[in-house]
Design a binder for this molecule. Structure first.
Ligand SMILES: [Zn+2]
Length: 188
């Protein structure tokens, strides 16, 4: 594990940020580097995972059930994670985090995101919709409901490790439609 200190990009405090990184070998996937940055002054926190090997654009899909809910998941910052049945999607962006978890952990992240959103919605319709999604996510967790989870990563730095998971390369069309989280400039 490597630790470094630095200045905070958010609150500008000197030497208040700790940067931590470690590498890990994920079977059937390769070597990854997990990094976390944390500011003791303002609480700014960001984590990411990158794969240290060259990979092809990839799309993983898995019908979640109680037997594969513990399947290992690597989600890099460049991946789009979606559950189409519930209309849920997390796209790469400055605030999106990379992580190593399992399917259950990914569902918990979706739950947290919906709960946060609930604090900001005011109309009854959106509120009920969010509550319904939360109920569904709970049902998925305890095996009462099956939904498909899809992870698309144009850099191939993400994976679902399970025999039930279906893997194929992303098409050029699909790659064009995905967000990468990077700012790109189009020349005129
Ligand atoms: Zn700070």
């Amino acid at each position: 594990m490597t630790k470094m200190k630095g200045d905070c990009p958010v609150c500008q405090s000197k030497g208040s940020v700790e940067f931590e990184s470690k590498t890990e070998e994920i079977p059937y996937f390769g070597e990854i580097m997990e990094s976390t940055i944390y500011c003791f002054e303002c609480g700014y926190k960001h984590s990411d995972v990158i794969c240290l090997e060259q990979k092809d654009p990839v799309r993983y899909s898995l019908w979640i059930n109680k037997d594969n809910i513990n399947a290992r998941v690597v989600r890099s910052q460049t991946a789009t994670v979606s559950i189409p049945e519930l209309g849920l999607k997390v796209e790469p962006g400055p605030k999106s985090q990379g992580y190593v978890s399992n399917i259950e952990g990914v569902i918990t992240r979706f739950e947290d995101a919906v709960k946060t959103a609930l604090n900001f919605v005011e109309d009854e319709k959106s509120k009920n919709n969010a509550l319904k999604i939360l109920e569904s996510l709970g049902n998925v967790k305890n095996g009462k409901m099956e939904v498909e989870i899809i992870i698309e990563d144009p850099f191939g730095h993400s994976t679902i490790i399970h025999d039930d998971a279906f893997k194929r390369e992303l098409t050029q069309e699909e790659i064009k439609d995905l967000k990468t989280g990077f700012i790109t400039y189009e020349k005129e």
